[in-house]
Design a protein around this ligand. Structure first.
Ligand code: SF4
Length: 394
């Protein structure tokens, strides 16, 4: 299965759903409770994916300033400013890519602040613009560990939200449908974990820059059998590549961990830069963020609460330090590249002494300034010099 075709089918169907009064569309944050929405029959759209597309196509260069001019600071999430600016300009890369005249209009907006509070402000803008119901899950944040009472709190918030969603969907939640959505998500996320694990092979059959593309279905199609089918076929392909000795980076010399967001508008540039140095970026926090080992169809709401509370971005620094160290050992990493994304402090982990603490454990790293979308914050020259010099030292 081709990831481009899987994503095309998803967006074309979403475009049709938005025009069909019999179908309902929900917008959801990327690590929000998508399984509940699927079980209630909503088609689910993820604005962060649209933000990444605006970044990758570099359309955001024209749209971020439009949002800035409306009072959305250049210092806040550039997914938000890219996307709101695009809405204000009445443009979307979905038109050129998939023939959609506009982003699919929502019947409800659902966010979860397990990742950041920017998503709440972002969705609130659309709620005001289109007078659409806005529902939020507000979990505890930055956790050293996830406690039973915190899981119970989030599960209770889900139950309250389900009641509100049932009114919008015009149907009751079928427990069997929720169980099935969780089962699909669990299978897809386990397969995704195996896909990422395949990079433990030497040479690695895929790298971070491939993963940033392959991750599309686990973000937008979890809870469906489509994601499961896609990752099963991708895993088989990767296993065949390993058996054939196929390397993502020919003559792999170094193995790197990428910490932080991708620089969507410079994926190719960075991929070529590392490949030129025969450095394979074999592991990343970002791609791993869609591994939800705790999903359990027999305990849907509590297991969702646990899984979505446990995500890396929602943990304390001691957890993050131990997590990165574990992956460095498991993937036999030579060095870590921290991406300090100007507009996403939530997904940038180099500002509170973490590189220094890792250095004390013998893990070498470099910090590269940049951004997920806003290329005004990223310098090709500086990043190239910094990364090349770092790779030389390894
Ligand atoms: S986590 Fe960062 S990139 Fe993602 S929505 Fe929040 S601020 Fe934006």
């Amino acid at each position: 299965m081709d990831v481009k075709q899987v994503m095309r089918d998803y967006f074309v169907d979403l475009g049709e759903a938005a025009k069909d009064p019999a179908r309902k569309v929900a917008w959801c944050t990327s690590v929000g409770p998508a399984e509940i929405l699927r079980a209630l029959g909503f088609e689910v759209y993820f604005p962060e994916n649209h933000g990444a597309l605006l970044g990758a196509t570099r359309v955001c260069g024209d749209t971020i300033p439009v949002a800035n001019a409306q009072g959305y600071s250049p210092e806040i999430c550039s997914y938000l400013t890219s996307d709101i600016g695009a809405a204000l300009k009445g443009i979307t890369p979905l038109t050129k890519a998939y023939g959609l005249s506009e982003v699919p209009r929502p019947d409800v907006l659902v966010y979860c602040t397990n990742q950041c509070k920017d998503v709440m402000h972002w969705f609130a803008w659309y709620a005001r613009r289109w007078n659409v119901p806005l529902l939020g899950i507000h979990p505890p944040n930055h956790l050293p560990e996830v406690l039973p009472e915190q899981v119970a709190d989030v599960a209770a918030q889900y139950r309250r939200m389900i009641g509100q969603l049932e009114t919008i969907a015009g149907r009751k939640l079928d427990p069997e449908a929720l169980r099935s959505a969780l089962a699909h998500s669990k299978e897809a996320t386990d397969l995704w974990a195996q896909v990422l694990d395949s990079a433990k092979a030497r040479p690695a059959p895929l790298n971070f820059f491939d993963g940033a593309i392959f991750m599309g279905p686990i973000v937008v199609l979890r809870g469906t059998p489509i994601a499961t089918d896609y990752y099963r076929s991708l895993l088989a392909e990767l296993q065949a590549r390993i058996a054939a000795g196929h390397a993502a980076v020919p003559r792999e010399r170094l193995r790197i961990y990428w910490e932080g967001m991708p620089v969507w508008g410079r994926l190719r540039h960075l991929s070529d830069l590392f490949a030129k140095q025969r450095a394979a970026v074999v592991a990343s926090t970002y791609c791993n963020s869609w591994i939800f080992a705790d999903f359990d169809p027999d305990e849907p709401l509590e297991s969702m609460a646990r899984a979505y509370l446990k995500i890396f971005i929602n943990r304390d620094d001691a957890y993050k330090e131990a997590y990165i160290e574990r992956l460095v050992r498991e993937f036999v990493i030579d060095g870590v590249v921290f991406h300090a994304a100007r507009t996403c402090p939530n997904n940038s982990n180099s500002s509170y002494n973490l590189p220094q603490r890792l250095a004390a454990r013998g893990i070498r790293s470099v910090v590269v300034d940049g951004d997920l979308c806003d290329l005004r914050c990223f310098s090709d020259e500086q990043s190239t010099t910094l990364i090349e010099a770092f790779l030389e030292t390894l």
